[in-house]
Design a binder for this molecule. Structure first.
Ligand SMILES: Cc1ncc(C[n+]2csc(CCOP(=O)(O)OP(=O)(O)O)c2C)c(N)n1
Length: 647
């Protein structure tokens, strides 16, 4: 086991429903929970397949997204009888994996996907890799050929355990049916604790078919797996000291804060310290976008204010963020003046890309709570070092409202406010008169509001959805950040909607991405999953086209998709939606955008696909070109902030 790495079909009633949104996600049983229940064990004589389904029921699994085939077939028979576990039959196993991710991210529970051996299992590889990169807790269950046939190149044999070794937190090959309950209990526990991630359980067909004893609770033995959640007190004191000494600190908030469900604590830290904050692509919604200390998203397509805040900072307080290359740009010139406090539950992340002055291993929720406790107290006498009187708190300096024990950063805040005011996020309307994609996305966000969940594909539309939808609710923004997987949107939206049936779920997809996984619309129609998909149709692989415009002299090699231009619609997305049994709408004029979104919002009994035909030449700005210093940020083509030349 690595330490990140440590180690009911449609129409059948009753259909289990996810807990109402807002309810605390039930956690899979811990080793302690299981040990406590062992005095009165459940003992049943069953097949391995029944044992698998019973185990899923006992760990609290509500839904499995999957598709059957020979090796996993024995499991599908008892699954049909389960009144606790719903099975959603997908059209492609990749869809099952992304649906499990969408379900997990929206609800905080473990998502589950299931596939047969060989191609079924390899079709799960992309979502497993995606979940690994974005730390999403999923359990993938695959059938394997009979144990006697392993290694013989048997029909539909693939060494999925070997294949997924580098992209799972842990994985199992089960050949003994008696091991099934333990493997499932451990898989759920490992996936959802420490740094979350995917766990694969591969079960041979003979193990599923054999007679066995289902005993619950199983013994969970994970001697090498002890994620550190509580931060070391000395590190917290050191961090507090650096915070008190800093003049230009920035809270650099990443996806780890969302995984730890630590946004209330983050808000309290923000209120206490009044330190400027930026949220990465994976942490949009951690703090409402309209919070006065929120300077936006940093990175390749981040706001000028967020990128500048990091570049000018003298102290980065990195909370569950991993100094990803899309955030740092050229690492050697990233935040050159800053000391670094780096808090992460995964020790392997700390110092990986940028050396940390104060490393803190721990769960972000506990780390932030400890920091608050330390900072809320009076400052040590010797911590009040400010020759300029900046330390010692607002009470001492008559400053911004920070409490005693925390410095007054109001000069820094004023400086950053000026940057934010001077370089707000924006876009220009296309000269051609074609519809602006940013406008469409902005209006979807404004009309559907902060209670909706927004799920993106990968490309320009993803960046615009990160920039122009205003988030104020944690986990209301789902996307494929680390792997950047085209095709994520439709199935992940489906999974999110299954997890939160009462919520409005909007997928904001590209015409390229949509064509990779839109077959799950069939699943959504049949299973009654009423997602809404806005296809931001620029008739191109737009993000690639943007790079061709900027870096390949407008030579558009193989990026034209013919989905909306020159009178051709291949395919016609409205007809396609109709063929699937969805509502299909089209919008080509800015003046019709609101009415079209309102019409889509009124449909609640089936999926809606809206073909928004937009300008193909719109570009994502600001931009820090790949491998370039963040100091070279451009807020529009050829235009860099003026201070670059002044300073
Ligand atoms: C599976 C996969 N293949 C290729 C890429 C490279 N890629 C990144 S964005 C993009 C274009 C996406 O086009 P579209 O879905 O139309 O979105 P747009 O950029 O036009 O908004 C491509 C090909 C990828 N990220 N994922």
């Amino acid at each position: 086991m690595k330490d990140r790495k440590a180690p009911a079909p449609a129409g059948r009633e009753p259909r289990p429903q996810a807990a109402p949104s807002g309810a605390a996600a039930p956690k899979p049983p811990t080793p302690g929970d299981l040990a406590a229940r062992r005095a009165n064990p459940i003992v049943e004589h069953v097949t391995g397949a029944q044992s698998l389904v019973r185990s899923l029921e006992e760990v609290g699994c509500e839904v499995v997204f999957g598709l059957p085939g020979g090796a996993i077939l024995p499991a599908y028979d008892p699954l049909m009888d389960s009144t606790k576990v719903r099975h959603v039959l997908v059209r492609h196993e990749q869809g099952a994996g992304h649906a499990a991710q969408g379900y997990a991210t929206a609800t905080g529970k473990v998502g589950v996907c299931m596939a047969t051996s060989g191609p079924g299992a390899t079709n799960l590889v992309t979502p497993i890799a995606d979940a690994y990169m974005d730390s999403v807790p999923i359990v993938a269950i695959t059938g394997q050929v009979g144990s006697a046939a392993i290694g013989t190149d048997a029909f539909q044999e693939a060494d999925i355990r070997g294949i997924t070794m580098p992209i799972t937190k842990h994985n199992y090959l089960i050949t003994d049916p008696a091991m099934i309950p333990q493997a499932i209990a451990e898989a759920f526990f490992i996936a959802s604790t420490g740094r979350p991630g995917p766990v694969l359980v591969d079960v041979t067909k003979d193990a599923l078919q054999a007679q066995t004893t289902f005993t619950w609770p199983p013994k969970m033995e994970l001697p090498g797996y002890r994620p550190t959640t509580r931060p070391h007190g000395k590190q917290i004191r050191e961090a507090a000291r650096l915070i008190r000494e800093a003049r230009r600190p920035v809270l650099y908030v990443g996806g780890g804060v969302m995984k730890a469900r630590a946004t209330d604590e983050l808000r309290a830290l923000l209120d206490l310290t009044q330190i400027p904050l930026v949220t990465t692509l994976m942490a949009r919604g951690a703090v409402p976008d309209d919070h006065p200390l929120h300077y936006g998203m940093p990175g390749m397509h981040g706001s000028v204010s967020a990128v500048t805040a990091l570049q000018r900072s003298d102290l980065l307080i990195a909370l569950g963020s991993r100094f990803d290359d899309r955030v740092t740009g050229k690492l050697a010139t990233f935040a050159p003046l800053a000391k670094v406090i780096h808090a992460d539950i995964d020790p392997a992340e700390i110092g990986k890309n940028r050396e940390a002055d104060v490393p803190i291993v721990g769960d972000c929720r506990e780390v932030i709570a400890a920091l608050i406790e330390e900072l809320a107290g009076p400052a040590d006498a010797d911590a009040d070092t400010g020759e300029d009187g900046a330390s010692g708190g607002a009470a001492a300096t008559g400053g911004s409202g920070a409490r005693p024990g925390t410095p007054d950063y109001s000069d820094w805040v004023a400086e950053m406010n000026k940057v934010r005011d001077t370089y707000p996020l924006g876009y220009t309307e296309p000269e051609s008169g074609a519809m602006s994609p940013q406008y469409v996305i902005e209006r979807i966000g404004a009309i559907a509001g902060p209670d909706a969940t927004y799920v993106a594909g990968v490309g320009q539309h993803q960046m615009w959805a990160a920039q122009f939808v205003k988030y104020s609710r944690p986990n209301s923004w789902l996307n494929s950040g680390g792997l950047g997987t085209m095709g994520y949107c439709v199935p992940a939206a489906m999974g999110a909607q299954v997890g939160e049936p009462d919520r409005v779920v909007w997928g904001i997809d590209g015409d390229g991405c949509f064509q990779m996984t839109n077959q799950e619309l069939a699943t959504c129609v049949i299973e009654g999953i009423p997602i809404k998909i806005a296809v931001i149709n620029n008739s191109s692989l737009g993000m690639v086209r943007q790079w061709q415009t900027l870096f390949y002299e407008e030579r558009y090699s193989n990026t034209d998709l013919h989905t909306a231009h020159q009178g051709r619609r291949i395919p016609d997305f409205v007809k396609m939606a109709d063929a699937y049994g969805c509502v299909g709408l089209r919008c080509e004029r800015a003046e019709d955008v609101d009415a079209t979104i309102e019409a889509a919002m009124k449909v609640t009994d089936r999926p809606v696909v809206v073909d928004f035909v937009v300008c193909r030449d719109a570009q994502v700005w600001p931009m820090v070109p790949a491998g370039v210093s963040n100091d070279e940020i451009m807020y529009a083509r050829g235009l860099s902030p003026v201070w670059d030349r002044e300073e």
